[in-house]
Design a protein around this ligand. Structure first.
Ligand code: PGA
Length: 275
């Protein structure tokens, strides 16, 4: 099957990095994007969706900053890094999906492997959080990925299949809650590739992404062809072009390299060039 051309999506996950001083990074990013757009004006650059998921403490300030940044600012969306499965309640320290939306987020990362590891989040919990994100009108960026042990045991595809099946909410036509390409993105992040500098081979990534694509089509029909599947795990300027050219890789979820505006801009530039 030939891979469908979907608009690339580049997401920066700042994790637990950054205080108010990091707001400057967003200005640099906005200015850099404006430059990329001007430069590419005649060349008809490929449109790329861009999102930053900062620590929740920065969301509101960043939303204000982006409003003021006008053209360049309009291109950058904000996302949260997790959300609670309930809309409100007695859950000290947690943040709900409606609260994220209220602070300016359009999406939230759900089921990141660091949450699955640090807080023992199960697929079932991830699914409930994704459903909560949808109910609040947020896009759920649902993360899945195998450990090194699972890859070595040749269990990657079954593990990914199970995570996908159990973490993505069911279609609920009666409640008008459907999984769509607008409200759902899948991020394939091999746990052993996150923050390690290691990446799977192109063939390994292609095999997993094709597997995910097939499963999405089987479950969601034509919509499954449009849901973007991002690769994440040690994406950097030096490997971005190569990774983004792999069939069914529709963008990247970037951790470490998103903390430097210059590096992140290079990854966005690479996404503009593919096609
Ligand atoms: P990394 O993180 O790019 O630093 O490997 C990716 C992620 O955890 O989303």
């Amino acid at each position: 099957m030939k891979a469908k051309q979907l608009r690339p999506f580049i997401i920066g996950n700042w994790k637990m990095h950054g205080t108010q001083r990091a707001l400057r990074r967003l200005d640099t990013l906005a200015a850099g994007l404006a430059k990329q757009n001007n430069k590419a004006n005649n060349a008809k650059p490929r449109k790329v969706d861009i999102m930053i998921c900062p620590p929740a403490t920065l969301l509101l300030s960043m939303a204000g900053q982006l409003k003021a940044a006008q053209d360049a600012g309009q291109q950058i969306m904000l996302g949260g890094q997790d959300c609670h499965a309930e809309a409100s309640g007695a859950h000290t320290g947690d943040i709900s999906a409606p609260q994220l939306r209220d602070a300016g987020a359009k999406a939230s990362l759900i089921g990141h492997s660091e949450r699955r590891t640090d807080y023992n989040e199960t697929n079932k919990q991830v699914q409930a959080k994704a459903a909560a994100a949808h109910a609040a009108g947020l896009m759920a960026i649902i993360c899945i990925g195998e450990t090194l042990k699972e890859r070595r045991a040749k269990a990657t595809l079954p593990v990914i299949g199970k995570q996908l099946r159990e973490s993505v909410p069911q279609d609920k036509p009666k409640d008008n809650r459907l999984i769509t390409a607008k409200n759902t993105v899948i991020a394939y992040e091999p746990v052993w590739a996150i923050g390690t500098g290691l990446t799977p081979t192109g063939e390994q990534i292609a095999a997993v992404h094709a597997h995910i694509r097939k499963a999405l089509i089987r479950r969601f029909g034509a919509e499954g062809e449009r849901i973007r599947i991002l690769y994440g795990g040690s994406v950097k300027p030096s490997n971005a072009a190569q990774l983004l050219a792999i069939p069914h890789v529709n963008g990247a979820l970037v951790g470490g390299a998103s903390l430097q505006a210059g590096e992140f801009l290079k990854i966005i530039a690479a996404a503009r060039e593919i096609g």
